[in-house]
Design a protein around this ligand. Structure first.
Ligand code: SF4
Length: 227
């Protein structure tokens, strides 16, 4: 499979934020979100056999633990990534899959926690989520909405309520966009949507969702990749 990078860091998002995690970042994405901070994954990388990926994960985290399969869009390499996830589960790792949900998710192994990023209108990729994937969700999974303005928030709230997401998954995450050109200060001034404003909207609407901030942007310089 085509791999951009494999590294160990602190998980920055989801209900697993704060835990040590090995990230397996696959190359290539078929979407072009306006605020994407992973454009360096669109091309390049190196070809690795499944066994070589497993060996690197074991080297970085020999005692098991958390592994996130991410990208890019990892499900573009479904033929290789599904057996990889099966083997990681078999080896005792807890496996997270970060995906846009544009590709079918039915063949993701049971036991993998799917973190599905439903694209909002201002991403420029609204409407790409495959609604059939709602049937593939398990109670352990998480749905994420990355929000850059009020219209995105209104979309996320309506989608969450219409599909009763809070009853289907472990967490519904509302997360403000972090500016992709952010650098220097590690603070919320880089958020395109003020987290305080988002929190106030959520309180006013009694939103069935969890406010999510990208922890890694507050730990390291936001411009640093591979952390
Ligand atoms: S789906 Fe993810 S990797 Fe692809 S363009 Fe959007 S944010 Fe970037």
């Amino acid at each position: 499979m085509q791999i951009t990078e494999i590294y160990k860091s602190v998980q920055g998002e989801s209900t697993h934020a704060g835990l040590l995690c090995v990230f397996v970042r696959l190359t290539g994405c078929n979407l072009r979100c306006s605020w994407c901070d992973s454009e360096y994954t669109f091309q390049g990388g190196c070809k690795m056999e499944t066994q070589a990926v497993l060996d690197e994960v074991r080297r970085l985290s020999p005692g098991g633990g958390l592994v996130e399969i991410t990208g890019g869009e990892p499900m573009l390499q479904e033929r290789e990534v599904v057996p990889l996830m099966q083997q990681l589960l078999h080896d005792g790792y807890q496996v997270l899959l970060e995906t846009s949900g544009e590709r079918p998710l039915a063949r993701v192994p049971a036991g993998v926690v799917k973190i599905v990023d439903v694209k909002c209108p201002n991403s420029g990729e609204g409407g790409t989520f495959c609604e059939e994937n709602l049937e593939s969700l398990s109670p352990q999974d998480e749905i994420k909405f990355v929000l850059s303005n009020r219209a995105d928030y209104d979309f996320a709230l309506e989608f969450t309520r219409r599909h009763n997401l809070a009853a289907r998954v472990n967490a519904v995450l509302f997360s403000p966009v972090f500016r992709k050109d952010a650098t220097g200060a590690r603070d919320s001034s880089h958020c395109q949507l003020d987290p305080q404003e988002l929190a106030e909207w959520m309180i006013a609407d009694d939103a069935p969702a969890r406010l999510g901030l990208q922890l890694h942007k507050f730990v390291w310089d936001p411009a640093v990749k591979g952390v």
